[in-house]
Design a binder for this molecule. Structure first.
Ligand SMILES: [Zn+2]
Length: 120
């Protein structure tokens, strides 16, 4: 079992960004730039978000990226919940980034950063 702690949410920044886009002060090209790797990760490792894309209304995916020096080359890769549990069991607490990605318009945003830690 793992728990997500030390959450740093970027929800407020997301709201500001989406509002600025709809007001016309941000261009779609500046926001919707998910590269091939990110879109593929979202498709294969992501989960459906429970809400539509804020830019185009398409279905969003949320993908989890793991970060830790202890992970070596496995750091900065997309992982499923089960894989994250395995990695935490192996190396201890790691950082997980939740990124929402729209495969349609390429919108992407870092929603929050958390620490995944074993439940003791
Ligand atoms: Zn979209």
């Amino acid at each position: 079992m793992i728990a997500y702690t030390h959450e740093v949410s970027h929800e407020w920044q997301r709201r500001v960004t989406v509002r600025e886009f709809h007001q016309g002060s941000l261009l779609i090209d500046d926001l919707c730039d998910a590269d091939f790797l990110l879109r593929a990760a979202a498709t294969h490792h992501g989960e459906d978000a429970q809400y539509p894309c804020p830019i185009c209304g398409g279905s969003l995916r949320v993908v989890k990226w793991v970060h830790s020096e202890k992970l070596g080359r496995r750091s900065n890769t997309a992982r499923s919940e089960d894989e994250i549990e395995q990695l935490v069991g192996e190396v201890g607490p790691i950082t997980v980034h939740f990124v929402e990605v729209c495969p349609v318009c390429k919108w992407n945003f870092l929603l929050k950063e958390v620490t995944a830690a074993p439940v003791v």
